[in-house]
Ligand binder design. Structure first.
Ligand code: MN
Length: 202
């Protein structure tokens, strides 16, 4: 089996006060771990067990709900944890900054578009910054645990930054105030990781 459960790259309380420790602990050790365990149970012994997640997602419409929901949940949370850092916030630099300016006009415009995608996703889902197959940056959002690598999506690309907008990601600290949670994300966003992902994907 080529799948493993990733370590959280910082302590549960490292993103306080923007992301509270109790939410981080439950989110990582219960929700993310749960998706991983259920994905492993669903894929075990299947012909696709030796494929990469990217390959599985590219043909997700041929899979059942167990692999789609839990494989998505397993992958998406890995992107999410890495999209944040205790040393995050601020602004990107270099190639990523240039690409953001060229695609969106400015960092503020990207933040506005990404925040709107996060705030307007009805119910549970994700907001994403992706690199499409032409190398362009785009903002998109997906429902449930779907992601832009899945062939079920109308907007496809490689996720380089992801924000979880399921209530389990913010309800303890922000209750129904999803916009406050989305605003707080920018204080911890890990531009260094996003820049690495951008270089690898474009
Ligand atoms: Mn989640």
């Amino acid at each position: 089996m080529s799948f493993s459960f990733p370590e959280l790259p910082y302590a549960y309380d490292a993103l306080e006060p923007h992301m509270d420790a109790r939410t981080m602990e439950l989110h990582y050790s219960k929700h993310h771990q749960g998706y991983f365990n259920k994905f492993m149970a669903a894929i075990e012994g299947k012909p696709n067990a030796n494929k990469s997640l990217e390959e599985i997602f590219s043909n997700i419409t041929n899979e059942g709900a167990g692999i789609r929901n839990n494989g998505g949940g397993y992958y998406n949370h890995g992107i999410f944890w890495n999209s944040m850092s205790p040393n995050g916030g601020g602004a990107p630099s270099g190639e990523l900054a240039d690409a953001i300016n060229s695609a969106f006009g400015s960092l503020d415009k990207l933040k506005e578009e990404f925040s709107n995608a996060a705030k307007t996703r009805f119910g549970s889902g994700w907001a994403w910054l992706i690199v499409d197959k032409s190398g362009n940056l785009k903002v998109t959002s997906t429902a449930n645990q779907d992601n832009p690598l899945m062939n079920s999506e109308s907007v496809n690309g490689t996720p380089i930054m992801g924000l979880d907008v399921w209530e389990h990601a913010y309800y303890l600290n922000y209750q129904n105030r999803r916009p406050d949670y989305v605003a707080a994300f920018w204080n911890v966003v890990n531009w260094e990781y996003v820049a690495q992902q951008f270089s690898a994907a474009k």
